[in-house]
Design a binder for this molecule. Sequence first.
Ligand SMILES: [Zn+2]
Length: 248
Amino acid sequence: MIIDAHSHLGYDVAFDLDNDENLLIENCKKYGVDGAIVQPFIPRPYVEDYKAIHDRIYKLTQNKERKFWGMSSMNPHFRIEEYAEETERCVKELGFVAAKLTPIGHAVNPASRDGLACCDVVRKLGIPLMIHTGNGGSFADPIQVAKVAEEFPDLVIVMAHAGSGGGSIGTASYIARTHDNVYLEPSWVDIAALEGMLKEVGCSKLMFSSDVVDNIPVELAKYRTAVKKETDLERILSGTAVEVFGLK
Ligand SMILES: [Zn+2]
């Protein structure tokens, strides 16, 4: 089974990227991906725009051709009651399995006052939080994730991109190895770095994801080449995500 743990829907105003439902479904079929956890691309900074893309993701989760799960993403600089209300709606009414914080897209340091307040909302809802790391300067440095992980040891955190693009892959691996509540999602990590990561943290803390649909076959080839044992490969391609996000 193959589960893509980091996939996007909608139009991203920060990165000028666009993904629609058909593209997601067709690419899952084309590359043999059984299901994906889908989060919003960054919409315009209005609560109603975030609600609209969450509703679109919910509709996609009702699709019968492939299995989809929702991951909420709210601008962390909204009023905390607005952040909390919409995140709670996503979890309790729409059945979403996780939330996302994007330091580069949302201009937030996860360990800042606003960042930590959002992390606490997610923690109280009992779902994992995915935090973008790598590209995006000091806000996206995995060290900020370590601060969150230590502040909230009962919050499960998945480091998206495992520090890739920011020169901090080694830091990300070290933090995942030394913090029980931190997992790695190594999209965009090169194969040599992935091989180091496999040795340092092991497959039980790693999960496959594409981030953008054209990257699906590239990421799959990376794991199929680097991971020698079939059971380890299965763990990375679906097992870790199933366990961490409680997928059914
Ligand atoms: Zn992404």
